[in-house]
Write a protein that binds this ligand. Structure first.
Ligand SMILES: N[C@@H](CCC[C@H](N)C(=O)O)C(=O)O
Length: 300
């Protein structure tokens, strides 16, 4: 790949609970984000290395460039839009950890001076609120929208079938709350071969979460989760997956709404599912760790 001088060269790197992203501000929407380029940039041997890539541009500019076919509900042309790509170069509708890192980047790089604003995504408008922010660290809440429960389905992981609930958070999930699974048993499950799932239920692929049973501590439910992401493999956290897991955890105790604190290998977040699942909030950290420059011909 050649980065021509007219194209953006600067990138930032950040993560949300160790789900890590390359961030590229591309206001003119000139960077060729074909899957080969994104895959090379996210590759941990050949490239910078990341679970995904966040292109930053105004929604209207992405429409003008033909990257988006329309603005999407609740999104204005001037809104900042998270053009999200998985590490394999595929496009996903939404990324819950990514949107916190995206908001943090927009705030510290001066693209906005607001602590509350709308971020556009392919799943729709997502309002973000930065509770605290420094150059490197932020504490961010995201209104994640409705959480839609679907059918029961199963996934095979390391030769074992796990039963779960299909949950749509703008992107597809199969959240498997596993009766009796301890935190250390969850940590020991071999995720290296990925998950096999029912393609009739998930024709566009799915993110699969394994979750321990909830522990009710009064004000919230506690649990642990691991995830195999569509388009990436195992990641150390998945924000949309945490909201999907929250819904499945509540379903496992016959509830439609509530507060949850869920641990993942990369940290812990808070999830609130409200109004019977018609709205949800994800709160967690963002950390920006580096910025750098792409060299001509360095990738590929
Ligand atoms: N890591 C993300 C989810 C990214 C998209 C996902 N892999 C998909 O293809 O749906 C998150 O934090 O939500």
């Amino acid at each position: 790949m050649t980065i021509a001088p007219a194209q953006p060269r600067n990138f930032w790197k950040g993560h949300g609970t160790q789900n890590d992203f390359i961030i590229i501000n591309d206001p003119g929407v000139v960077l060729p984000l074909d899957s080969g380029t994104v895959g090379a940039l996210c590759d941990r041997q050949r490239g910078i290395g990341a679970d995904g890539l966040l292109r930053v541009a105004r929604a209207g500019s992405l429409v003008d460039a033909g990257v988006l076919t329309g603005l999407g509900e609740g999104i204005a042309a001037d809104d900042l839009f998270m053009d999200y790509r998985n590490g394999d170069g595929s496009i996903a509708e939404m990324c819950g950890n990514g949107v916190r890192v995206f908001a943090h980047f927009c705030r510290v790089s001066g693209l906005t001076d607001a602590d509350e604003f709308v971020v556009g995504s392919r799943a729709g408008a997502r309002r973000v609120h930065l509770h605290s922010v420094t150059q490197t660290d932020a504490d961010v809440s995201v209104a994640m929208g409705p959480v839609r429960r679907g059918v029961t389905s199963s996934a095979m992981i390391a030769g074992h079938a796990y039963l779960g609930l299909a949950v749509d958070v703008g992107n597809p999930h199969l959240a498997c709350v596993v009766p009796g699974l301890t935190h250390s048993e969850l940590a020991a499950v071999d995720f290296t071969a990925g998950a096999a799932f029912d393609t009739a239920v998930f024709p566009d692929g799915v993110n699969v979460e394994l979750v321990t049973e909830p522990l009710d501590v009064g004000d919230s439910l506690l649990a642990s989760m691991r995830v195999i992401e569509r388009g990436v493999g195992e990641t150390r956290s998945c924000g949309t997956g945490l909201v999907a897991a929250g819904s499945a955890l509540l379903a496992s105790v016959q509830r439609d709404e509530g507060m949850l604190r869920i641990s993942v290998p990369g940290g812990r977040v808070e999830v609130a599912i409200t109004d019977g699942g018609r709205s949800s909030t994800l709160r967690g950290p963002s950390r920006l760790v580096a910025r750098g420059e792409l060299f001509d011909g360095a990738l590929g």
